[in-house]
Design a binder for this molecule. Structure first.
Ligand SMILES: O=C[C@H](O)[C@H](O)[C@H](O)COP(=O)(O)O
Length: 213
């Protein structure tokens, strides 16, 4: 199902453009598909060390985001997505770089299998990237919002920070909660993608791919 969604995303890549590449098992299928047309693109900008390594191993040049002023299509997965195309991301701890690359892109294409579709975000624990010295303080602040925060064991992000997973949130107003959590001192960013929701969703199933505009 993930592969079907990932392969469908290749059709949205314009020739000789830079492609934004997310992170995760669904995106890995996309990178594999992108390798088949690598001579027809101008390179990639990547959202994690993991994706960078896979892109380079397949011969796709990876550009520094600071060396370009913009690009067209960003393709990434999600842990949950609602009907408004708002997402929870960061199950693979790549949320901050993903949010940065997504912010620069003109179009965000989210590739998911149908199990990721939800009515209300929050069943998947919300990842929050924090500066290590602030993790206890931020955890106490997150608990005040009604969630159960737990520092993800053994995980250090590509930026040298920690991830706090927050269980038990019923996220009925994703944009407001995204901003509220980002306002806690010590938070780098959180995994709610509402200020920058997806523009297009490709939902893979065993039968093929559904396009949600
Ligand atoms: O940090 C990881 C990313 O946000 C992923 O895009 C997300 O966790 C979905 O990953 P997967 O495609 O492996 O389910």
């Amino acid at each position: 199902m993930k592969r079907n969604a990932a392969r469908a995303a290749v059709a949205y890549i314009e020739p000789q453009t830079i492609v934004g590449v997310g992170t995760g098992s669904t995106v890995n299928h996309f990178i594999d598909a992108l390798a088949e047309i690598k001579d027809q693109i101008a390179g990639a900008v990547s959202s994690s060390e993991q994706s960078t390594a896979r892109l380079k191993a397949l011969g796709i040049p990876v550009l520094d985001l600071n060396s370009i002023s913009g690009f067209g299509v960003y393709v990434d997965g999600a842990d949950e997505i609602n009907a408004a195309k708002q997402m929870i991301k960061g199950g693979g701890a790549a949320l901050t770089r993903e949010k940065i690359v997504a912010a620069v892109a003109k179009t965000f294409i989210c590739i998911v299998d149908s199990t990721k579709q939800v009515e209300v975000l929050g069943k998947f624990p919300l990842p929050v990237e924090v500066i290590p010295m602030a993790s206890s303080y931020v955890s106490r602040e997150l608990a005040k919002l009604g969630g159960k925060p737990v520092v993800r064991e053994g995980v250090v992000t590509d930026n040298g920070n920690l991830i706090i997973d927050v269980r038990g949130l019923h996220i009925s107003e994703p944009l407001a909660l995204e901003q509220q959590i980002n306002n806690i001192v010590g938070v780098v960013t959180n995994g709610i993608f509402a200020a920058r929701a997806a523009d297009l969703v490709l939902v893979g199933s065993a039968e093929g791919t559904q396009v949600l505009r």
